[in-house]
Design a protein. Structure first.
Length: 728
């Protein structure tokens, strides 16, 4: 028995748990509150995509296919039923030898998704058989998904369910009406699994985390089932969806399903709910950012005197109870960076609460999850990483920050290297100038494999309007620094921002084309601008030249329909932008005219064909700041004294040999300066927890010698700076 049952409803990710319930359970551990968590989504997927599940799908008389593709799948049903369990086991990394059979291309049944396959030998020549087999198995699952959508449940999707009902639903009417209908096949599976868990855990309080619109319908179905069958259990909803969409909730019918809805950080609201529900002797009941029903009216209560917990107090996320070995890794697109979101098990952590920049005009910067910035100390973060490695057996980490702070990334990287732990990690960033060549090398050395960040509109005028704080030239230089260090880069791209012209959209595409052609971007994704209620554009639309459609809000309020005063139909660019990007990500079609991506006339680009090339050549030579940290990330040198002679004069020199993982560097310097360099390298070695500032090193050098700058910027030292002697 547990006091609390934490649920993530269908569907979010196939390869790794959404972290909200793990965060909450980690906090509840610090308060000795018993809790059990479940990812209902992955459990439903595994039951659906099984021999028994497919047998049931194909056996139903009222699921006769109508399209040619569905008829083909139905005719091959025995092949699907035969192969599904083995294929799922392979995607769970339990049956790796099956890769050879899958790659034979005579093992999996094939329907229409296979017609869209990339050139397999080209795409996976450098990635290997396991990844090729994962991609083929993913396409196979997508074929089955198409059949389910057509013949079983039109609302199905691997990472969303009935998303339409939760997206921009200003009124609860449609959702409420849908919940009065008969259960779908997927509902039946979900509720059967849920009932089994409730019977075992017997919770007093059920917390349903709803991160996205695609989880909302299932959340209400689960709540409806619990209310009907276990009326003594109290229910609360929290998570990303209510945090952004339900801040103006007024419809009392919502509370036929839930007793409470909490907003923003969940730790203190949940602690108070637990006290209210489970501690019957409590004299005074207080709430934190909680909606509930009183006298058939929706009321918002925030009457506690307690403050929210600091990030250092919330504990380490706890992934226990979740079936970590049952998640399935899929590769939808043959792009190594793009596959990170769906391939591999990632422990999810946050370096900092909120965003240290907090100015982008399209972002929800008025809400606490962005507005309240609080970093976590590097030592605490790496402590949590080590705890999670022991707990989950996985050493991959995805830091799910709005934008990870560069200074904190540096400290985390130094701490990882100092502790000599092996991890792979990636995160979201802003492409700001702090990401120098040396910092990128340090991050790579610590295990950073990829970063993603917003290039957005790829137009300096619009980037300034967005208040992004970067220029296209700066983004190009930063992405080059990461790429040259061996860190993959993904760019979030946007079109249709208010006042954006057709010319600017075309020019943005040209900027993106050049960046992929130069090899400084490995992946990207175009999305159309959406105006949200809590962003500066949504709050002050007249300042951005847009006219919002005003609707009465009784349920959800986030995405706002609007008219751009320019009158441009930005929808028409969607297909061409995405098609071109798909090809660029595969390293092809850079020589195509931009017009070829669109079936309507576009203007010629005004961007110079060498803009990005010139931006990379315009390297700014910053002088080293006295406060800059100097750190050595290499090993100890092997020293050897040499005698040099010229015109009858002889003097001693020192040869220093540095072996790194890839090659060997040899430099020769004056004997005394060589001895000083060996001493300094030992003092600033990250493994010895040693770091000095540039000013401190300069002062130390000038205690013995003259002309520090002449030595520091000499050719021998430059060789070391390119590899292991970093200025941060």
């Amino acid at each position: 028995m547990k006091d609390i049952l934490l649920i993530t409803p269908p569907f979010t990710q196939l390869n790794t748990p959404y972290p909200a319930t793990a965060y909450l359970k980690g906090f509840l551990n610090t308060k000795n509150i018993s809790a059990y968590q479940m990812d209902l989504g992955i459990e439903v997927i595994l039951e659906l995509f099984s021999k028994m599940g497919l047998t049931a799908i194909f056996a139903s008389d009222n699921r006769q296919p109508t399209t040619d593709n569905a008829k083909r799948i139905y005719s091959l049903k025995e092949d699907y039923i035969k192969t599904i369990d083995a294929t799922i086991a392979f995607l769970q990394s339990k049956n790796s030898t099956l890769a050879r059979q899958i790659c034979s291309e005579n093992f999996l049944p094939e329907a229409s998704r296979f017609d869209q396959l990339d050139e397999m030998d080209w795409a996976f020549g450098s990635m290997g058989m396991q990844d090729k087999a994962k991609h083929l198995a993913t396409v196979y699952l997508e074929d089955i998904s198409d059949f389910i959508v057509e013949n079983v449940d039109e609302n199905f999707g691997f990472s969303r369910y009935a998303e339409r009902l939760g997206r921009s639903a200003n009124s609860f009417d449609e959702m409420y009406d849908h919940l009065q209908k008969e259960l779908t096949y997927i509902d039946t599976i979900s509720l059967k699994i849920l009932e089994e868990k409730i019977k075992v855990q017997q919770p007093k309080l059920v917390l349903i985390s709803v991160p996205f619109p695609g989880n909302l319908y299932s959340a209400f179905r689960c709540a409806q089932f619990i209310k009907k069958n276990y009326p003594e259990i109290k229910l609360s909803m929290g998570g990303g969806f209510p945090n952004t969409e339900l801040r103006e909730l007024k419809d009392p019918r919502v509370f036929e399903f839930f007793d409470f809805i909490t907003l923003d950080d969940g730790e203190l609201p949940v602690e108070l709910l637990h006290a209210a529900v489970c501690n019957t002797e409590q004299l005074e009941v207080t709430y934190k950012r909680t909606f509930l029903l009183e006298n058939n009216q929706v009321v918002y209560k925030n009457n506690t005197l307690k403050h929210d917990y600091k990030q250092s107090q919330v504990g380490t996320p706890d992934y226990s109870d979740l079936n970590l070995d049952k998640y399935i890794s899929v590769i939808e697109i043959t792009n190594p960076m793009h596959s990170l979101w769906s391939d591999g098990r990632w422990n999810k952590l946050t370096m900092a609460h909120g965003c240290y920049w907090g100015k982008c005009t399209f972002c929800d910067i008025s809400l606490d999850y962005i507005k309240l910035y609080e970093p976590v100390a590097a030592q605490i973060l790496v402590d949590r990483m080590e705890e999670l490695i022991l707990q989950t057996g996985e050493n991959g980490f995805h830091f799910v920050d709005e934008a990870a702070p560069p200074a904190l990334m540096r400290e985390v990287a130094l701490e990882i290297i100092k502790r000599k732990i092996i991890v792979s990690w990636w995160t979201n960033i802003r492409f700001e100038k702090s990401f120098t060549k040396d910092l990128c090398i340090l991050l790579k050395e610590s295990g950073c494999i990829a970063v993603s960040g917003g290039l957005e509109v790829a137009s300096d005028r619009l980037l300034a309007l967005i208040q992004k704080g970067v220029t296209v030239e700066q983004v190009a230089q930063v992405t080059r620094n990461f790429t040259e260090a061996g860190v993959m880069v993904h760019a979030y791209l946007m079109y249709g921002y208010p006042t954006q012209t057709v010319q600017e959209t075309v020019d943005s595409l040209e900027m993106v084309r050049q960046m992929f052609e130069m090899g400084i971007l490995q992946s990207g994704f175009w999305h159309q601008f959406a105006m949200t209620a809590h962003s500066p554009v949504g709050m002050y639309p007249e300042e951005f030249g847009v006219i919002p459609e005003q609707n009465q809000i009784t349920f959800a309020n986030n995405d706002i329909q609007f008219k751009d005063k320019t009158g441009i139909n930005h929808d028409q660019f969607s297909f061409g932008l995405k098609k071109s990007l798909f090809n660029f990500m595969h390293g092809i079609c850079f020589d195509y005219e931009l017009q070829e991506w669109f079936d309507f006339k576009i203007p010629d680009t005004t961007v110079s064909p060498d803009f990005i090339y010139d931006a990379l050549a315009n390297e700014v030579n910053f002088t080293t700041k006295p406060s800059a940290k100097i750190v050595w990330i290499g090993g100890k040198p092997i020293t050897k004294l040499l005698i040099k002679s010229k015109k009858g004069k002889a003097w001693e020199m020192m040869q220093l040999t540095f072996h790194n993982k890839q090659n060997t560097i040899e430099i020769t310097v004056d004997k005394d300066k060589g001895a000083w360099l060996v001493k300094i390298i030992d003092e600033i070695s990250v493994c010895n927890d040693g770091i000095k500032t540039y000013a401190q090193i300069k002062l130390d050098f000038e205690t013995y010698f003259d002309d520090f700058e002449l030595f520091w910027f000499s050719k021998p030292l430059q060789q070391l700076k390119n590899k292991a002697l970093l200025t941060l």
